[in-house]
Design a protein around this ligand. Structure first.
Ligand code: FES
Ligand code: FES
Length: 210
């Protein structure tokens, strides 16, 4: 009987200790979580988006793509892979095309960003947008904002004489040939396969310039 009493009280003691430890652990984890939330840093970022100054306060891990889509509600720029593999998120930053999913917003403090929303309006399309419509350069349209931002930048790169792998002679001035444009657009994937129509739209705009 005595040993049973001892056994019970020992068991109770162990249960009580375990409960105390579990509660302490939960309290400690909750306090740590609250501390993490409290100290998570944010940074002020100033962007000029489509000609308008925008001030943001962001978690430093926010990509430029998420800053545009989630914070500025400019959802024309699309998230495809979020890993730099599809080109759906292409925007133009200080005149250069980039994958917005691979770039942190805080890296672009003071930069000028152009998205599909800044290129034209339904009443007054950018020439590349008009050419995509004319040549049916899309089907579902998901890749199209990135394709158009890239296409505009490609023609600008060729105009500025920036070489590509498609050139036999890297020192020669690049020309807006089909092969040249296809090579330079190779980072923009179209799941619908509208490639030939996109190439026609680009050729149309390139021809109009010459
Ligand atoms: Fe950026 Fe695919 S979403 S490359
Ligand atoms: Fe559908 Fe390109 S038009 S993914």
């Amino acid at each position: 009987m005595a040993s049973e009493t001892f056994h019970l009280s020992r068991r109770e003691m162990l249960m009580s200790s375990a409960t105390t430890a579990a509660v302490s652990s939960i309290v400690s984890e909750t306090a740590e979580a609250a501390e993490v939330v409290d100290v998570a840093p944010t940074y002020k970022v100033a962007l000029k988006v489509n000609g308008t100054s925008r001030a943001l306060t962001l978690d430093p891990r926010t990509t430029l793509l998420d800053a545009l889509r989630e914070h500025l509600l400019l959802t024309g720029t699309k998230k495809g892979c979020d890993h730099g593999q599809c080109g759906a998120c292409t925007v133009i930053v200080n005149g250069e095309r980039i994958n917005a999913c691979l770039s942190l917003a805080v890296q672009h403090d003071g930069d000028a960003v152009t998205t599909i929303e800044g290129l034209g309006t339904p009443e007054r399309l950018h020439p590349m947008q008009a050419a995509f419509v004319k040549h049916d350069g899309y089907q579902c349209g998901y890749c199209t904002p990135g394709q158009i931002c890239s296409a505009i930048s490609v023609l600008e790169e060729i105009r500025r004489g920036i070489p590509s792998h498609a050139q036999a002679d890297l020192m020669a001035a690049p020309q807006a040939t089909g092969a040249e444009m296809r090579e330079r657009m190779s980072g923009n994937i179209c799941r619908c396969g509208a490639y030939s129509n996109i190439a026609e739209a680009m050729a149309d705009v390139a021809g109009a310039r010459t």
